[in-house]
Design a binder for this molecule. Structure first.
Ligand code: HEC
Ligand code: HEC
Ligand code: HEC
Length: 148
């Protein structure tokens, strides 16, 4: 019997320590001002539009979709405009308060950078692709179509 009592008391003290830690954790949480936390805040897309897939799905899978589309276009010649990079940019990148397009290479104002800066995701796409709509160096479906 004693061994059970010993185990039980051990379990209860662990429980109490656990509650103590949880309480400390909880009280710490309440001191955090959410407004002071830096969280990604992607600028809105063009008004009255919907994304090419449900937003939850896009948050999770857009990188994969883009890379698949890139692969299909470059390697198999398939041109399915659903995940065209220029289409994303045309809808997601809008002029800021100073009527300028946010910089794709600096800061976190640009739609794609807003999260990537936060999550430390580095992509090289915009060495070649334009980061804002109607760019003269557009490497995209439309500019390629113009050349043909
Ligand atoms: C070295 C230059 C270069 C880099 C870097 C690059 N691309 Fe491209 N990409 C191209 C060219 C050139 C095409 C072909 C354009 C065409 O045929 O329309 C293309 C085509 C595509 C296409 C298919 C056309 C379209 O828009 O639907 C997608 C999607 C794409 N790239 C996505 C990406 C993504 C995502 C990245 C970064 C992970 C990336 N690219 C990096 C040069 C580049
Ligand atoms: C015709 C407009 C349109 C196109 C094209 C479009 N989107 Fe969207 N996207 C939206 C809208 C609207 C939302 C919802 C949030 C908002 O209002 O900005 C959204 C949401 C998202 C989100 C989640 C953002 C967040 O606030 O969490 C991601 C990521 C995203 N889109 C990526 C893409 C990518 C990548 C492409 C190109 C393959 C693309 N979108 C094409 C309109 C568009
Ligand atoms: C809502 C936040 C958010 C927005 C907005 C966003 N991304 Fe991402 N992106 C992420 C996160 C987080 C990852 C890494 C995890 C993953 O691959 O899903 C990522 C990954 C990627 C990858 C894959 C990188 C790799 O090496 O595998 C590509 C390509 C990409 N994003 C392109 C874009 C483009 C282009 C835009 C703007 C049109 C954009 N993203 C907007 C959050 C975002």
């Amino acid at each position: 019997m004693n061994i059970y009592r010993f185990l039980l008391s051990g379990f209860i003290s662990l429980l109490l320590v656990g509650v103590g830690i949880a309480t400390v954790g909880a009280s710490n949480d309440t001191t955090v001002n959410k407004e002071q936390l830096f969280l990604p805040d992607p600028p809105s897309a063009k008004a009255d539009t919907v994304c090419v897939q449900p937003v939850e799905e896009m948050r999770r899978w857009h990188g994969l979709y883009l890379k698949h589309q890139r692969h299909d276009t470059m390697n198999k010649g398939i041109r399915n405009l659903n995940y065209s990079l220029s289409t994303c940019i045309n809808c997601h990148v809008t002029p800021n308060a100073e009527d300028k397009y946010p910089d794709i290479h600096e800061g976190n104002e640009h739609f794609c950078r807003s999260c990537h800066e936060y999550a430390s995701v580095a992509i090289d796409c915009f060495q070649c692709h334009a980061g804002h709509p109607d760019h003269e160096d557009h490497v995209n479906e439309e500019s390629r179509a113009d050349e043909e």
